[in-house]
Design a protein around this ligand. Structure first.
Ligand code: KG4
Ligand code: ZN
Length: 343
């Protein structure tokens, strides 16, 4: 099958073409245009600007991915349906519908969070029950996967997402956007130069004492602001402590869930899964607990259309002939859902 993936849920305009033959999957083309520069002055994504940028880029990127005469070779379009920003989602969904209309190609609307799960390459090797920590700019979720496509959310953030915490801290420190990679780069440099030393600033590890699997990161940002108002600390140590505090909370809560639900596999996905310190820390703990650990390649951790195409292929394979016909018939009726949940 030739599958076109479309992802426009937030601030990345991404298209991908994958070719599948049973278990063999090859990425033929993948282009992701990141709007980082547009949102940088604001320290976060501005929905109106994001949608405009998607609109500007979506046609030129589509032309780069596929020629008009080759459009009929596409067997399936997988497009992010939600969750995300409504004006951004609309751009991707309307592109999918237009292409579908031209050559009668079926569309599957994909949950962005499920897309992140399918960013993992060896997903067929996962043993169930599995647990996925989904950490991005908009989400921090612990999801139990009893079997393929069966999700139960067991914990989530009560306020800011982990990525959002990185982004807001970076904005406060005037470091730029997105904050995660910037803070991480500074933190890594300091840690490597000061092995076994603790930063001079201490930040709280919110929610660790609570007996559930929820997170809360807004207090961490507030604590940072209050501490820096009172006293000066070296920037490198501040960044190291922010990263350490976020990673400590994510790792400890996740491992608590691993033990409670006796899972066989642990998946780390979402934009923050690109964080090397988090990847290494969780991998170490998973190994200690004898749990298989899965994480996507860094390039596929942040938003991209390859993961959407992969999730589309996985979903398509589960459909009966009748359901496939139905999917074709209802393709032009697909509507974005900004608050779509993973169920
Ligand atoms: O999944 P994603 O690309 O978009 C959403 O669905 O939100 O995640 C973006 C988030 C941003 O908050 C960004 O700061 C964070 O992922 N991020 C990182 C790293 N790379 C991206 N956070 C920590 N360390 C990184 N290396
Ligand atoms: Zn995402």
């Amino acid at each position: 099958m030739l599958i076109l993936g479309i992802e426009t849920s937030c601030d990345e305009t991404s298209l991908a073409l994958i070719k599948t033959n049973k278990d063999k999957i090859k990425t033929i083309k993948h282009i992701t245009y990141s709007q980082i520069k547009i949102h940088q002055p604001f320290g976060g994504v501005v929905p109106e600007l994001a949608a405009r940028a998607h609109l500007e880029k979506i046609i030129p990127l589509t032309q780069k991915i596929i020629k008009r005469k080759d459009l009929k070779k596409i067997n399936l379009i997988a497009v992010t349906k939600g969750p995300g920003l409504m004006p951004s989602l609309l751009v991707g969904v309307e592109l999918a519908k237009t292409l579908s209309y031209l050559e009668k190609i079926p569309i599957l609307g994909i949950n962005h969070l499920e897309g992140h799960i399918f960013s993992i390459k060896n997903i067929q090797k996962i043993k169930y029950p599995a647990l996925s920590l989904i950490v991005s700019g908009g989400h921090t979720l612990l999801v139990l996967i009893q079997k393929p496509f069966r999700y139960t959310q067991i914990g989530s953030t009560l306020d800011d997402a982990a990525g959002e915490c990185f982004d807001k801290a970076a904005q406060f420190l005037n470091l730029g956007y997105p904050g995660g990679p910037i803070i991480s780069k500074i933190a890594t440099k300091w840690r490597n130069a000061h092995k076994n030393k603790k930063p001079s600033i201490y930040l709280p590890r919110p929610m660790l004492s609570k007996n559930d699997f929820n997170f809360s990161f807004s207090g961490l940002k507030t604590a940072l602001i209050y501490k820096l108002r009172k006293e000066k600390f070296p920037l490198e140590e501040v960044c190291a402590e922010i990263e350490q505090a976020i990673v400590d909370v994510l790792v400890q809560k996740t491992m608590k869930a691993v033990r409670s639900y006796n899972v066989k596999s642990l998946l780390l996905v979402g934009g923050v899964a690109a964080n090397e310190f988090l990847r290494e820390s969780l991998k170490k703990q998973a190994k200690k607990s004898k749990v298989n650990f899965f994480v996507p390649r860094k390039k596929l951790a942040t938003d991209n259309a390859v993961m959407i195409a992969l999730a589309g292929y996985a979903r398509w394979q589960t459909l009966s002939q009748e359901q496939k016909q139905k999917a074709k018939k209802y393709s032009l009726k697909i509507q974005p859902d900004p608050s779509l949940s993973l169920k």
